[in-house]
Structure formats: structure tokens, C-alpha cells
Ligand binder design. Sequence first.
Ligand SMILES: Nc1ncnc2c1ncn2[C@@H]1O[C@H](COP(=O)(O)OP(=O)(O)OP(=O)(O)O)[C@@H](O)[C@H]1O
Ligand SMILES: CC(C)(CO)[C@@H](O)C(=O)[O-]
Ligand code: BAL
Length: 278
Amino acid sequence: MSPRVVRTAAELRALEGTIALVPTMGALHDGHVQLMKHARPLADTLVASIFVNPTQFAAGEDLDSYPRTWEADLERCEEAGVDVVFAPEVATMYPAGLDDQVMVDPGPLGAILEGEQRPTHFRGVLTVVAKLFGLVRPDVAVFGEKDYQQLALIRLMVDALCLDVEVVGCPTVREADGLAMSSRNRYLAPDERQRAVALSQALDAGVAAGSHGPEAARAAALARLADFGVVPDYVAVTSPDLGDPTPGEARILIAARVGKPRLLDNRALTLGRAPEGS
Ligand SMILES: Nc1ncnc2c1ncn2[C@@H]1O[C@H](COP(=O)(O)OP(=O)(O)OP(=O)(O)O)[C@@H](O)[C@H]1O
Ligand SMILES: CC(C)(CO)[C@@H](O)C(=O)[O-]
Ligand code: BAL
């Protein structure tokens, strides 16, 4: 059955039973469909939001050219068993205007990695996610690990602001060659699409070198990126909660521009101790 499209808070208030929410910015791909399929059995009603959130884009970023594929998105939502697509106008999300004086401050975790490259990004993301939680009032909300720092910050926000929403993370869905699916992949020219596999291969190299410690993991990932001529914005090896890495469970994260689009990827890894004297 086709999902019902709703645009207002009043329509959302009429929803009954438990609610699962999958927030998106549209241009839906199989990664989004997996999030929706994962969310489907978690509640009576499955809501997917489609909203290209202006406040998470800085001036000069790709807000205006961000892909918008409405008809195809509705088909993907239907395929995934979505009941309701919430597609608000900007004024519904930002009734006080885009220079809204009340915004969510992401704190120190919002200032590193992606936050260093995009200083106002997470303020916009957390603000819109908080607004979506307030409007949709979900019992559970599902996000992708592809945007690992975003997922970590949303969990922190839910704890810090005492929001009554269960946050569920889903593994990254990849193309056959390992490239993490992303709405912006469609901007890769054919030769860039081939080079884009550098990110997942660099993560593989980092994971394989992890037994020799975090610096070895980082060096292996950087070397693999260099093989493809890809210069990253960052390659970071962290603890699972994005702090300093210690032996055991850890995370390796990469961001890099390949041609026009800026791509993100990350993987879990297990760190050994760095060799003595390194
Ligand atoms: N390959 C993927 N696997 C799993 N989840 C994903 C994947 N790509 C995106 N998601 C998740 O889908 C949700 C909506 O993301 P969004 O609409 O920004 O898509 P995107 O593909 O990440 O777009 P962009 O190219 O702008 O980064 C987020 O929770 C995001 O982490
Ligand atoms: C969580 C989100 C939908 C907020 O606009 C966006 O950052 C995204 O698509 O990952
Ligand atoms: N998934 C992250 C959305 C953004 O880059 O704004």
C-alpha cells in the first residue's frame, strides 16, 4: 500500500499506537530501505521523514543541489512497508525562521572530526532531530552507522535532554565493491566512482593493521588512500564512543572528497597494543 503523505503536526498527532521513525533527507537508496525494514517490526506505525534540513548546511555547501527524487522516494518507502511519509515545509520545522534562537548545542563531540570540517553541521542536525522527535513523538528512531558521529551525538542528546526515545543504529549498507551507499554517490563521475572504493579499502587495511595499534591502523589506511590518489579530510582511530583509542574495541573513520562529493565511511576494529618504542 502507498504510504500516506503528511505535512503537518496536526496530522501526526492523530497517529495511533507505537511509532517508529526513520529520519532521512530523501534521495533514498538501499541503505535507507534497510533502515526502514529494520524499523518496520519495532512499532505499530512506521513513519519515514523526508526533509532536506537547511540548518545543517553551511553557506556554500550543497543545500540547493542536494538530490531531490520525490516520486522514486515514495516507491522506496512503499517497498519498505512505510505507513506514513512526513514531508514538512521549512516553515513547519522552523516556525521562528531559520535563524531560530533556540538550537541544540552538540557540545565537544560536535566540534571534532565532521564538526571540525563543518562547524555548524551538528547543531543543525541535532536541532532538526529534536524537532522531529517532538512532532512525530516516536517510541523508537532508527539511524545508520554510516553517519557514525551523528548517531553517537543523537544518543548523547537523547540522554542529555531526557528524551523518551529508543535510538537504534543499523550497520552500513554497501555496494558490491564495498562503497558505502550514500545519496551523494550519484554525483560521482565514472572514474570517480572507481576511485571512491578507496575509502572502504582503506578501512579494510586499517582493520587488518589494527593488531599493531592505532597508529599502524591509521598509517595503513592513509597508505591505501594514497594508492588511489585520495587525500582525506581526516582518518581517525578512536574508541567506540569517539574518544582516545585503547586496546580492544575501537572505530576507524574516514572522510574524503572524491571529485565533487564528500564521502564518509567507518568500520569497527580491534586494536592490539602498539609495539614497544613506536
Ligand atoms: N549506506 C547506508 N547504510 C546504512 N544507513 C545509511 C546509509 N546511508 C545513509 N544511511 C542513514 O540514512 C539516514 C538518512 O541519511 P541521509 O538521508 O543523509 O542519506 P545519506 O545517503 O547519508 O546522504 P548523504 O549523501 O547526504 O550523506 C541516516 O541515519 C544515515 O546514517
Ligand atoms: C538525521 C538527518 C535526517 C537530519 O536531517 C540527516 O542528518 C541525515 O539524513 O543523516
Ligand atoms: N547524512 C548526513 C547529511 C549531511 O551531510 O548533511
